[in-house]
Design a protein around this ligand. Structure first.
Ligand SMILES: Cc1ncc(COP(=O)(O)O)c(C=O)c1O
Length: 496
């Protein structure tokens, strides 16, 4: 049930956003569609000079009875044909297509209406929004959404909060804009609300408070952790108390799986009796808890359809999305018309339930990949308290946590410096013919001037290091082989 309107968060905007005006040219572009107007107002090429008469793609057909990896045969019984004409409706008489004459034209900075209505409906179905004036906005994926978010809210010298280990590109994007990324500790269940609250309760008043929390709640990159619903409620309460915006970066949201079962004979993939049951099984998102427009959700098709679609969407209050639209008018303008036309055409043919079928199928695939990876880790990583594996319940990543002080040469060759052990392991794994990456690459370690209290960065195990691997990128046999090599590297390095 939606109740009430969003709050105004414009006091958190950057100077850039506060001084941005809408381009006057963009205020009249909608009149291009008005049959009563002879449009001489902008440099829009005639669509007859677009060389494409149609665009056609085949995809599997819901409910994907042969699994989502089965290629369509071309036969109507298992093949969905998306055929987008230049003008008017598709041959099938489907009115949900974005004709190429419009898809490839200027205009629609928020995204094409057919695309937006699909993702809007999907958002309501999955997140059951709680305030009235929310909306969606087409994006070029979460990398671009994050870049825009930083520009909308942050000035050089501002500080934002993020999980202590987080997606390194997001940290580098922030730092390049002069924004500090202050770390919040996390554990196997994600960001720790008590630590977040302590950081903010004790924030040095001589420095501006963080305006944003950047978080990857589901299948966190790099740790693989997933934030519990209870922690999310706590974090939302802290956001209200300390007046910051929560940015949830959720490319892995639909890669949620069953809990890992060590005994293969006891494994039984969850069968969903209905789409509602599937939707209700999903972790609660921050946006679904939001009653004030304090959350911005970044969604992407990269991990569920294909990264090269460069297509995603934002969910947030209409007020805040207006600031994104104004920025996009000066930057990306809009995601590629080809991409919107083909993705929206496919999804509108699949329908909301067909898309959920796809996501359920994807979940099954990742369940299997995760199980194979974790089985192999338990088999090949030496069994010692210094090396621990926590099976993820979402996403693409596994981690092996390592107590560097257990290394036989920790105090001698490596001078009791965990980062030197980490580098040595990294070199060893490559020598053994596998690539997993050191956790230090993902470390956020920004600081304010003057600094925050020392306790804000206190670390329970200063010798803890970890390595991240993925079960997404290779077939199962290669995955097992890679983990075997990783196990050999650890064995050799630790002299086990
Ligand atoms: C947390 C996180 N955010 C964003 C991205 C990039 O997403 P997109 O392809 O939508 O730009 C990734 C990709 O690895 C990621 O792990």
């Amino acid at each position: 049930m939606t109740v009430g309107e969003s709050l105004d968060f414009s006091h958190l905007y950057s100077e850039e956003t506060k001084s941005r005006k809408s381009s006057p040219l963009k205020t009249c572009i909608h009149l291009f569609q008005d049959p009563n107007i002879v449009f001489l107002g902008g440099g829009l090429p005639l669509s007859k000079y677009f060389p494409w008469e149609n665009l056609q793609a085949e995809s599997p057909l819901p409910p994907f009875p042969n699994g989502i990896g089965a290629a369509p045969s071309g036969d109507a019984k298992d093949t969905c044909v998306t055929s987008i004409p230049k003008d008017g409706t598709s041959k099938a008489g489907d009115t949900n297509d974005i004709p190429l004459s419009r898809a490839l034209q200027y205009g629609f900075s928020m995204g094409q209406p057919e695309y937006l209505s699909f993702v809007r409906e999907h958002t309501q179905l999955v997140h059951k929004m709680q305030y009235e004036d929310w909306d969606v906005l087409a994006t070029i994926g979460n990398t671009g959404s994050w870049e825009s978010t930083l520009r909308i809210f942050c000035n050089r010298g501002d500080t934002i909060l993020a999980e202590k280990y987080t997606f390194s590109s997001s940290v580098y994007a922030a730092e390049a804009q002069g924004v500090n990324v202050f770390p919040v500790p996390l554990d196997a269940d994600g960001l720790i609300p008590e630590r977040l609250e302590a950081i903010l309760d004790n924030w040095n008043p001589e420095t501006p408070k963080p305006k944003l929390l950047y978080t990857i709640p589901t299948g966190q990159n790099p740790t693989g952790s997933s934030l519990s619903d209870d922690r999310k409620k706590e974090i939302y309460r802290i956001a209200q108390k300390h007046d910051f915006i929560i940015i949830e970066d959720e490319p892995y949201y639909f890669l949620q799986m069953d809990a890992y079962e060590k005994d293969p004979s006891k494994r039984k993939a969850i069968e969903f009796a209905s789409h509602d049951e599937f939707v209700n099984s999903l972790a609660k998102s921050f946006i679904s808890l939001d009653t004030e427009g304090r959350v911005i959700r970044m969604d992407s098709f990269s991990k569920v359809l294909g990264p090269g679609t460069r297509l995603g969407w934002l969910v947030g209050s209409k007020r805040i999305l207006r600031a994104y639209t104004q920025l996009h008018e000066m930057t990306i303008q809009n995601p590629s018309g080809f991409s919107q036309a083909i993705v929206s055409g496919t999804l509108n043919r699949w329908g909301q339930h067909g898309f959920l079928d796809w996501l359920i199928g994807l979940r099954q695939e990742y369940n299997e990949k995760r199980d194979v990876a974790i089985d192999a880790l338990y088999k090949y990583v030496p069994s010692t308290p210094a090396l621990t594996v926590t099976p993820p319940i979402a996403g693409m990543f596994f981690t092996v946590n390592i107590d560097a002080s257990a290394h036989p040469e920790f105090a001698t060759k490596y001078q009791s410096k965990p980062e030197l052990v980490e580098q040595a392991i990294y070199e060893k794994v490559i020598a053994c013919g596998v690539l997993v990456v050191p956790g230090i690459w993902f470390k956020a370690d920004g600081e304010t001037t003057p600094a925050q209290p020392k306790e804000s960065k206190a670390e329970p195990n200063p010798n803890g290091i970890f390595f991240r691997g993925t079960y997404a990128a290779v077939p199962l046999d290669k995955l097992q082989d890679g983990i075997k090599r990783f196990g050999i590297a650890l064995k050799e390095e630790f002299g086990l």
